[in-house]
Design a protein around this ligand. Structure first.
Ligand SMILES: Cc1ncc(COP(=O)(O)O)c(C=O)c1O
Length: 357
């Protein structure tokens, strides 16, 4: 029995991406590697139709956190100040990164179930500013909430700050308006909505932001990575196989119709999960219109703790995901990323029936 991953990455691979890992051994100092790197970088810009004159996709060998760390440590200038909007684990992580690097920063901490409060954010931008940057998680995977980038971007524009976005669990599946959204950069990873494998992550940054970058970190120095990749070079040994998979995943992504098609596909699967669970008395913790299509959180069925639910579903070939922190007792999460289809969700619902009987 094939196990399907309903956790938020790594995802169930398509056979096309899995086979791409078996390509020839490749030295990262050979032209074939730089062709691969160039294709990955240009296809990443194509995901959101970005102009290469304005934007640069910078690859790195790291998990999603590496890309977020690179973005925060590099793109807040030495004399800059960061406001971190938090409503979950990954917003907290951004603040921890800022602290680690000694960046001047402040936080606005929301309850994990709440949307960012624009009134409070506007007040803070006004009172404690000027802030050069505001950081936010687009899809807060802690709960499945999709934070509204357009509203926050407009607020930032009004206060002269630029947005730094953790789009680790939304890039490729949710709309991001790079040009209108007052965005300086977006950090993301290969192994979530793009359907690659772990080990490759990236920052899509505005060229002006890279030009003003600070150099606080050695390995994750975004300006150096950008400069060397533009010269068909790389400072370190990259995860060549993860890059093979990323490029194949991006080709497949384009063949399947790009961001809007992936959004529609996830939306249909997420709705199938929601309505299937609703008919079994299991409710989402956040309203669908405030949630991503990528992952949603559900209250645990009454009388069933997470571990037995997880173990029973795993025995039937489905890996669901626990809540984080205090939420672990209350909810479970289901992601619809990867090589998943309507028939898989039907089987998942039958597996739930078995557990809940
Ligand atoms: C929004 C968000 N940011 C950052 C991360 C961290 O990514 P990684 O575990 O690949 O470092 C995750 C992982 O789930 C995430 O969902």
């Amino acid at each position: 029995m094939k196990t399907l991953l309903l956790n938020p990455g790594p995802v169930t691979l398509t056979e096309r991406v899995r086979r791409s890992l078996l390509q020839p051994d490749l030295c990262h100092r050979e032209s074939e590697f730089y062709d691969l790197q160039d294709e990955a970088r240009s296809r990443l810009l194509d995901v959101y139709g970005l102009a290469p004159d304005d934007w640069s996709a910078v690859l790195m060998t790291a998990s999603g956190t590496g890309a977020v760390e690179s973005m925060i440590a590099s793109l807040v200038p030495q004399d800059g100040k960061l406001l971190v909007v938090q409503n979950g684990v990954y917003g907290e992580r951004i603040a921890n990164i800022a602290k680690q690097y000694g960046i001047a920063y402040e936080t606005i901490v929301h309850d994990w179930m709440s949307a960012p409060d624009l009134g409070v954010i506007a007040g803070r931008l006004q009172a404690q500013g000027p802030f050069s940057h505001v950081a936010v998680v687009h899809h807060e995977t802690t709960t499945g909430r999709l934070n509204d980038l357009a509203e926050l971007g407009a607020l930032c524009r009004a206060h002269g700050a630029r947005l730094l976005v953790d789009a680790v669990s939304s890039f490729g599946a949710e709309a991001i308006d790079f040009d209108e959204g007052n965005i300086a950069a977006v950090a993301a990873t290969a192994n979530k909505c793009l359907h690659g494998v772990p080990g490759a992550s990236f920052v899509v940054a505005h060229r002006e932001a890279i030009a003003r970058a600070a150099s606080r970190t050695y390995y994750l120095d975004l300006a150096r990575l950008a400069r060397m990749q533009a010269q068909r070079n790389t400072p370190f040994t990259p995860s060549v196989h993860a890059y093979y998979a990323l490029v194949e995943a991006l080709r497949e992504f384009e063949d399947e119709g790009g961001v809007s098609a992936r959004h529609e596909r996830y939306a249909a699967l997420a709705e199938q999960v929601r309505s299937g669970l609703a008919s079994r008395g299991v409710a989402p913790v956040i309203a669908p219109e405030q949630s991503s299509v990528v992952l949603r959180s559900y209250d645990l069925p009454s009388g069933i703790a997470y571990e037995p639910l997880h173990d029973a579903l795993k025995a039937q070939g489905f890996v669901i995901y626990a809540g984080q922190g205090d939420l672990s007792k209350r909810l479970f999460r289901v992601s619809t990323m990867g090589d998943l289809h309507a028939a898989d969700i039907e089987r998942l619902m039958r597996a739930f029936d078995g557990v809940m009987r």
